[in-house]
Design a protein. Structure first.
Length: 244
């Protein structure tokens, strides 16, 4: 929520006044009740989103959007998504579905329902993964998106996707370099500008109910240590949020 705004200043989505509910991304200072940010990084929060969902939307959403962008995903593609039960994976599932692609998502059996929720086809990772992926695809796999970074994920992607330009990882820059794959991330100079360009679009998609952000648990700000402990250990499926 805006506490104050500079004279003759508008937020990125237009307007802006004290009391407005907003989303700021990408900023530093999330463990605070108040933070000073550039107006160009502030957007009106869709009324349909709670603060927990809005605060968690853009980091995973822009990452997933970039993965789909750099691999040129389009209608009819068959995507192998490693880590489909995770937060970036969940956003990628939803955005890929809107593009008309089919997604085969690796996950633990405990997360199969999360993958199915977003119309993905779940397959369990581990020995024999390539065979399970081929059986689920029933044809060529055209794209691979890796949010895990394991050698298994990279190896199976290479084995099933013919065009290495359509394989991208966010978690194994070393293998990307050695195997000629795409890599995106915070230190990639192309990632920041693209992700910034997607903020308004993703908020509009969320406002219309086209993408959602599952929330696993919320914590009051004064109990931040418990949130960190949960993040580092086993916690419910979905994102965690601190509430001021």
């Amino acid at each position: 929520m805006i506490s104050d705004i500079g004279r003759d200043t508008e937020v990125a989505s237009g307007g802006g006044a004290a009391g407005d509910e907003v989303v700021a991304f990408q900023i530093i200072g999330g463990y605070a009740s108040h933070v000073i940010v550039k107006a160009s990084d502030v957007f009106n929060k869709p009324a349909t989103l709670g603060f927990s969902e809005a605060a968690n939307l853009l980091l995973v959403g822009t990452t997933a959007a970039e993965m789909l962008h750099v691999t040129g995903v389009h209608e009819g593609d068959v995507i192998l998504l490693h880590g489909a039960g995770g937060s970036v994976g969940g956003s990628a599932l939803q955005q890929a579905r809107l593009l008309g692609a089919t997604v085969i998502g690796t996950a633990s059996k405990a997360n199969f329902e999360d993958v199915k929720r977003f119309r993905g086809v779940p397959v369990e990772y581990g020995p024999g993964l390539e065979d399970r992926v081929r059986a689920a695809a029933q044809g060529p796999v055209t794209v691979a998106l890796d949010t895990v970074g394991s050698d298994e994920a990279i190896d199976v992607s290479l084995a099933t996707v013919a065009d290495r330009a359509r394989i991208v990882t966010i978690a194994n820059a070393g293998r990307a370099k050695s195997d000629g794959l795409q890599w995106i991330g915070g230190s990639n100079p192309k990632s920041g500008p693209f992700r910034a360009s997607q903020r308004a679009r993703l908020l509009q998609m969320a406002a219309k109910g086209h993408i959602t952000v599952p929330i696993g648990a919320t914590y009051p700000m004064d109990d931040a240590p418990s949130a960190v402990a949960a993040l580092m250990g086993k916690h419910p499926s979905g994102k965690l949020a601190l509430l001021a």
